[in-house]
Write a protein that binds this ligand. Sequence first.
Ligand SMILES: C[S@@+](CC[C@H](N)C(=O)[O-])C[C@H]1O[C@@H](n2cnc3c(N)ncnc32)[C@H](O)[C@@H]1O
Length: 432
Amino acid sequence: MDANRRTAYYTLLDVESKKSYSNIALNHHIITGKPDSPAFVRELVYGVLENKIYLDYMIGHFVKTPVAKMKTSDITVLRMGFYQLKYMNSVPEYAAVNESVSLAKRFCKGREGFVNGVLRSFIREGKEVALPDREKDLVNFFSIKYSYEPWIVELWLDQYAVDFVEELLAAGNLTPDLVIRVNTLKTSRQDLRRRVASKGFEVKDGYLCKEALHVTGGNLLSGPLYKNGFFSVQDESSMLAVNILDPKPGELIMDVCAAPGGKSLAIAEKMENMGEITSWDIYKRKVAVIDKEAERLGIKIITTKTWDATRVDSSMIEKADRVIVDAPCSGLGVVRRKPEIKYKKQSREISELPKKQLAILSASSKYVKPGGVLLYCTCTISTLENQKVVGEFLKKNPSFQKESALQLLPNINNTDGFFICKMRKEDKLIND
Ligand SMILES: C[S@@+](CC[C@H](N)C(=O)[O-])C[C@H]1O[C@@H](n2cnc3c(N)ncnc32)[C@H](O)[C@@H]1O
């Protein structure tokens, strides 16, 4: 059996049954499965994940059992087959069918005839299935065409005009650039750009941040530049949040939802390794990643701690020059990197996020010195988790003033969807 498709199958099965993150499962199976073409595996995995609802809708037209009741192994093999037939021009039809039948022989014993029949019917019907009527049911049309759970489409239709929502949904299905942040403690952007380009990669400067480079072509992360800490992977939206926080050498900064450390590490680089950064996260194993990354990057000013940021640490009251709250959120801004987020059901966990976000923001505001900065950010596109949380906080905390607020969007800014709000605590009045 073809190692590329077997690797893609194992990855998709992990995402589906173990709820693994696609990027982590993919990297793991590429290392263990040793496929000849990691690029093919990546395209197939992300293609299936990005188009899952649409693929299931098409498969549903050719099978009697409702797709939701099919075995994970059967539906995974069919999704992969349909995706290759519909979207991968480099794969001949006979190869898509034969390889799917081989996968079925191994992973769906006794179902190879069924898989063969369904794929051949799809080919006979011209590989087309009509979408639901856009005029009659816009939410269902968008949900199937772009493969998002209907509640996400409804949420965005409440926030934006119809054409804009369509652009946003489509942008979420595009493959983002690999963006790296130059470690200015070790090198300059110009120098790193030259070194990366000399290894055959295509490199462009960032659009929003002067420490960003966009890189294409191959695997930069397995080379010595990464191992020796010359750069980190980070979207420009996160770099921008740190630039807006504007940390200075010598200051005390608190990052209360810090793992895996992207922003704390960027802050340390901006502070030229001078000052103090207190980085918390509720999960111990995640906090350990920050320490490991700090070592790789040569950062010495981060102190990590496992702490629930909804609780106030009284030893830190009014100690920090700047506090960043990169809150846990629904993640709707990062669907380009984690397409599985598009299929999260509307749950109690999601509807309770604003309450948790406000609790973290309120507790964290206590650490800001008079005149200091409080920055709230999320990687989501939801007024409920962004503007409303900040609005509620400001209403209850008049000693804080909003200085700026920004919603980055993939269809406009070519970044992750990211919200950044900078607030400042008033200086205490000095009485005579
Ligand atoms: C958006 S992520 C932070 C990303 C990180 N700032 C970065 O740039 O790499 C949110 C983090 O909040 C953590 N978290 C969730 N609930 C928390 C709580 N009550 N207290 C502290 N951290 C929490 C999660 O474990 C997660 O690592």
